[in-house]
Design a protein. Structure first.
Length: 392
């Protein structure tokens, strides 16, 4: 049975517990809501403007209007107009609905009182004693907005009923998240908790002061990593100049990758339509070189998006460091540099957004992710391989 995770609303949230009683609101920020409403309104107005022949006018005299000609557009302009209006209104409605929902959380040092307001219905309330919570959990949710990946770092007080789990800290900035996790665990006198591929893992707070190597050796676990299984077919392994190198042979896809590929195909069609109607676009923007520049920039952006979609992952272990690298065909980009002495844990954790697992390398300062789209068995092999290399 898969672990159910609560849905927290905010991207920037903190429950202050140094002074009691305390209160915090788990709600989507107006910094997110207002830009969304603006973009939705802009799209809807653009659709209405063009629907009323704002761009097409046979008596046009300004460079911002296009004279009608005999060319038939590849996409029916009414379909495009109504699509802009519907998508724009959908964004506005979605933003308003998102802002209506909230949680108000009150804590007096012993009892949590929570008020929850949904889109419809009355405000729901519950109270729960601190002693009924199992521990302080840290997890990371990965969100994908088009081709942009965003991490949401969540520290929460875990309850057996996910609806009663209390958010303690939420941020898209992972700096210092391990220390914050440690702080809440000590302050609330609860163990730290992680949901892994093998079930619930509990770490008592004294163990948080050890790095991974010391933790494994002091608990007599080193024998579990002396021998590792054969190299899976999806990886290549090499040793060069004192470096251990592991690289995936192919790019892995998930449902989000498929969605992104569909959007990229749509953008490619739009670019193709623009190239086909080059003369119209040139009239719209005022000159041919402006049109050519815009199309060139769009083509370059599309090319780099495709590179990102087909990226592979690489691990280099050298000089007491683990280096995570993205491979874009023949190009490479360093993703993260991890000091082995600062490495606290390596665990396989499930991302509830896409229902896939990833390898989390947890340091005192941040959480690095590897293999967010890889199969679970391959991640288990990489985990054992990394710990084997660390213990050498």
């Amino acid at each position: 049975m898969k672990q159910r995770f609560p849905k927290h609303l905010s991207y920037n949230y903190k429950l202050e517990i140094d002074r009691l009683p305390t209160q915090a609101d788990d709600r989507l920020s107006l910094k997110v809501i207002l830009p969304a409403i603006f973009i939705g309104l802009l799209m809807a107005l653009l659709g209405v403007f063009e629907l009323n022949n704002g761009l097409y006018n046979e008596e046009a005299v300004t460079i911002y209007k296009l004279a009608e000609d005999t060319h038939e557009p590849l996409i029916n302009h009414l379909l495009a107009d109504y699509s802009f209006i519907i998508i724009g209104l959908g964004i506005i409605i979605g933003a308003i609905v998102a802002y209506i929902r909230y949680k108000k959380i009150y804590f007096n040092g012993r009892i949590f009182n929570v008020d929850f307001k949904g889109v419809f219905g009355e405000v729901e309330m519950f109270s729960e004693n601190l002693r009924n919570y199992r521990g302080v959990r840290m997890r990371v949710e990965f969100f994908q907005f088009g081709i942009v990946n965003k991490n949401k770092y969540i520290i929460e007080l875990e309850h057996i009923d996910p609806g009663k789990t209390i958010p303690l800290y939420i941020s898209t900035d992972g700096n210092g998240v391990y220390d914050i996790w440690h702080y809440y665990a000590k302050r609330l006198e609860k163990p730290t908790i992680m949901d892994t591929d093998e079930g619930l893992k509990v770490l008592d707070t004294p163990d948080l002061n050890k790095n991974l190597k010391n933790y494994i050796t002091s608990n007599g676990l080193a024998a579990n990593y002396t021998v590792i299984p054969p190299l899976p077919k999806v990886f290549k392994y090499a040793q060069r100049n004192g470096k251990a190198i592991l690289i995936s042979k192919k790019a892995f896809w998930d449902i989000l990758s498929i969605i992104v590929s569909v959007w990229l195909a749509f953008y490619a069609i739009i670019l193709g339509v623009a190239v086909y109607n080059h003369d119209k676009i040139a009239k719209l923007v005022g000159s041919a070189w402006k049109a050519d520049s815009c199309m060139t920039v769009a083509a370059v952006i599309l090319f780099f998006c495709l590179l990102w979609l087909f990226r592979r992952e690489k691990i280099v272990i050298k000089d007491n460091k683990i280096i995570l690298i993205y491979k874009f065909f023949v190009l490479s980009r360093k993703n993260q540099d991890i000091d082995i002495d600062k490495l606290k844990d390596i665990e396989i954790i499930r991302n509830p957004v896409n229902n896939r697992y990833y390898l989390a390398l947890i340091t005192q300062y941040n959480v690095a992710a590897f293999g967010t789209k890889m199969p679970l068995e391959d991640l288990r092999w990489v985990k054992k391989f990394l710990i084997h290399e660390i213990l050498k």
